[in-house]
Ligand binder design. Sequence first.
Ligand code: PLP
Length: 504
Amino acid sequence: MDERGLRQADLVRLAAADGVKLGKSQLSQYLSGKTEPRKATLSFLATALGVSAAWLSGEAEDAGPAPAASALVTPSASAAVPDHSPAPHDPTKKGEPAMPRRQFKKSSKLDNVLYDIRGPVLDEAYRMEDQGIHVLKLNIGNPAPFGFRTPDEVVKDMQDQLTECEGYSNSRGLFSARKAIMQYDQLKGIPNVDVEDIYTGNGASELIQIAMNAFMDVGDEILVPSPDYPLWTACATLAGSTAVHYICDEQANWYPDVEDIKSKVTPRTKGIVVINPNNPTGALYPREVLQEIVDVARENQLVIFADEIYDRLVMDGKQHVSIASLAPDLFCVTFNGLSKSHMVAGYRIGWMSLSGNKSIAKDLIDGINMLSNMRLCSNVPAQSIVQTCLGGIQRGQGLLVPGGRIFEQREYVYERLSNMDGVTVTKPEAAFYIFPRLDPDKFHITDDDQFALDLLKDKHVLITAGKGFNWKKPGYFRIVYLPRRHTLHEAMDKVEDFLSYYRQ
Ligand code: PLP
């Protein structure tokens, strides 16, 4: 800026003239290195300063070719381009030897880790929002922004207990919370769960990571559903092991294909993940399917990891069956939490319960304890509401019956998608996701991400592509039907119109 004779105010003014959103405080943050500009802002700044964007962001050592005077922007309409010709950036200016700039790369452990729910398409949505474009977001299962409120009683109880939650708790969690979870597990028929077998976490997410790190070694394999909630595959991969995907069968209500599971067991397989109710399909598995999975796990001595975070979001009068209740002789770890059932995703509270045959997993439990102790404890104020949430009348159930928001929104989205030409869809029975398929003969989708990006750019509707759920067949996507009916109406109109002309 000095070399170009530009002051902060000049850049802010130039940005405004160029239609780029850039405030003074924003610019100060970039200058102090506190934050980095987004791509569009970076590109504006590079042009304004006559340097390469790569140099400006620290990715290249060379400032780039000196720009032609005509390429340089003037600091203001009245001031001319400074008369000194722009010198390229000179790191040896103060007579110091040139030091190559050190670049910091992410760990190679992350090379195969995928978590597209918050991936590049979302980044593009944020960029669009930065430009003032309103994006209809049907991409994240976060109830609060869609007007789902935490019950008042829950907020009040946390408030009242805040002063008692200032210290670390027991690393597994508060006794009252774990006792309530234990009783909940008892009601679900999960056998042999003691207070000491329950670990609270900053969401189930933290515990999924802990479990995978404690259990999986390099070379080990774990069976994970496809499509899956991608955190499972990501955590298994990060732990150094291999997630082997078994198919959930669209033709069979998206239930796990047990023959496929059997065919994928190898001597290296140590466990199986069952996500029920499922994200992204919204499927609820019947007892018979769960029983068959237990039989495979029993035959092959596998540990069962059951992600049941949506077990209180079941519709159509169906009952959720905990797979651990069918496997008293196996070692099972069941994951659950309040993020979805009590609309407190931001409070961060989840748990895992060890059940069944714990004697075969003593060493693994030592590992879990070690990792649990290392993170000291989970967020204590959020633990303080577990008892309130799990006991008494479950008011959230009213959302899941005719007239309730989640039920009615599911009906609406399902109807609309079913009536779209070239779209097939299975009616979800739980959670708040739906996973439609686009006819390959009509749409020829080969690149899911491109589809998501094109829909976003054309219609300002944000969905998550099937690939983001480790689903290999292109042409699938997940819709979160949490927004209110009028928003869903607008979104469905846009999707329908987009599909009337979009082909790949
Ligand atoms: N498991 C599944 C299947 C999910 O869909 C989610 C969140 O979307 C989680 C676990 C994580 O939930 P949390 O960390 O909020 O408890």
